[in-house]
Every structure is written in structure tokens, then in C-alpha cells.
Design a protein around this ligand. Structure first.
Ligand code: ATP
Ligand code: MG
Length: 201
């Protein structure tokens, strides 16, 4: 059975015999050479980060095959829901502790919106690693959390606060929790420097 899952900004996804086929498609507005190298780079990056995350005991779709010539990844289909559709406090806390594991394995997601997080049988799956990288940077980890927070605020404007609190509670298991949180406050303009400026007003 072949079924088109989604034609996204960057990729066409279909389900073929129970396997997700993600093909990065050409973007007409990009210079052809840049387009080709971006598609190649993101496809390889996604496959290699999925493998690395899996080795670090995270739940991600298993990569079945990589067709470099056609910028296509064949991967396990996760028969779940997008995080924002099913989120609740225990799941938010679990997302936080899974993200801690991901970051402690020096993996930055790079596009951590709630549609790139799936939930199946109460397990958290990260997908869509095309903009990710291997790094231990406190700044990059803080940016991942910031993107996640913004995405939750957009889908759940009323009770985003409590979900974000649960995520951070789960994330407190990370070895770089304090440093990342401090950087997050700085990114959000709530850091020490900002406070000092406000005091002088
Ligand atoms: N392995 C998978 N199992 C189940 N559903 C998936 C899987 N991969 C992708 N999907 C579904 O397809 C949607 C789009 O996939 P994905 O996020 O990988 O692509 P994209 O956002 O278009 O890609 P990119 O950000 O790389 O351009 C996801 O939000 C999810 O709903
Ligand atoms: Mg996506």
C-alpha cells in the first residue's frame, strides 16, 4: 500500500508497505547547486543523527535504508500522534527527560517543534533531524528548548506555562541543566544583565 503522508516544506513523505519514505525535494527558489548540496547534507545528517540517537537509547524511527543519490531515507513508521495533540503533564515531564538524554548525548535537534515529536504508547519519539547537529553547546541546547517553548505556546496559549514547567522538571536530569536554563533566560531577555538594566530604570 502506498499512501502520501505529507508534502512538507522540504520533503515528500509517503508510506510504502509500512515504511516511511522521506524524499527531500528540489526547491525552485534556490540556486540549483545550493539546493542540491542542502538536500544532500540534510538527508545524510538526518540519517546519521537518527542512528546516533538510537544508539543513545532514545526512541526514534529506525533507519532502514538511505538512498543518497535520491536524497531519500527509508524509516520505521511510528504509528502515533503529534505531541501537541496528546500532551499532558506526565508526557511533558517525559519529553523533558528524553530531551535531557538527547542533549547529554551531544545531539542538538535543530527544529524542535511539537510536530517533530511523536507519542506512541506513552513513549516520546523525536523525528525530523535534518537541521540537527552533534554539539555540546549550551547555547544550542537552550535554543532547542526555546523553539519548543514557542511551539507549545502557539498550540496551547492558555496552559502552556504548566506544560513548560513539567518539561523543565523532566529536563532537570540533564548534566547541563543549570547552564542551559541560565542561557535560556538570557536568550529570552530575562538574564542577569537584563535584570540589572531594569533595576536602574
Ligand atoms: N517515521 C515516521 N513515522 C510516522 N510519522 C512520520 C514519520 N516521519 C514523519 N512523519 C509525519 O510526517 C510529518 C512530516 O515529517 P518531517 O517532520 O520529517 O518532515 P518535514 O517537516 O516536512 O521535513 P523537513 O523539516 O525536514 O523539511 C511529521 O510531522 C509526522 O506527522
Ligand atoms: Mg517536521
Amino acid at each position: 500500500m502506498n499512501k502520501l503522508l505529507k508534502v512538507g516544506a522540504e520533503a515528500k513523505l509517503s508510506l510504502e508497505d509500512g515504511i516511511v519514505v522521506k524524499e527531500r525535494i528540489s526547491k525552485g527558489y534556490r540556486i540549483p547547486e545550493i539546493d542540491s548540496s542542502l538536500r544532500k547534507k540534510r538527508t545524510r545528517r538526518e540519517a546519521s543523527l537518527l542512528d546516533k540517537a538510537r544508539r543513545a537509547q532514545l526512541k526514534v524511527p529506525a533507519v532502514k535504508d538511505l538512498d543518497k543519490d535520491n536524497n531519500t531515507i527509508y524509516m520505521e513508521f511510528i504509528d502515533g500522534e503529534m505531541f501537541h495533540k496528546v500532551m499532558n503533564s506526565p508526557l511533558s515531564k517525559k519529553l523533558g527527560s528524553e530531551l535531557a538524554k538527547l542533549h547529554d548525548a551531544e545531539i542538538i535537534h535543530g527544529d524542535l517543534t511539537t510536530s517533530n515529536i511523536l507519542v506512541k504508547a506513552k513513549d516520546i519519539y523525536f523525528i525530523d533531524f535534518g537541521l540537527g547537529e552533534i554539539s555540546d553547546s549550551i547555547e544550542k541546547k537552550a535554543v532547542d528548548i526555546r523553539v519548543l517553548k514557542e511551539s507549545i505556546k502557539a498550540s496551547h496559549p492558555k496552559d502552556s506555562g504548566k506544560h513548560i514547567e513539567s518539561i523543565l522538571e523532566g529536563y532537570s536530569s540533564s548534566r547541563s541543566f543549570d547552564a542551559v536554563l541560565e542561557r535560556l533566560e538570557t536568550l529570552e531577555g530575562r538574564g542577569r544583565y537584563k535584570k540589572k538594566v531594569n533595576k536602574n530604570k
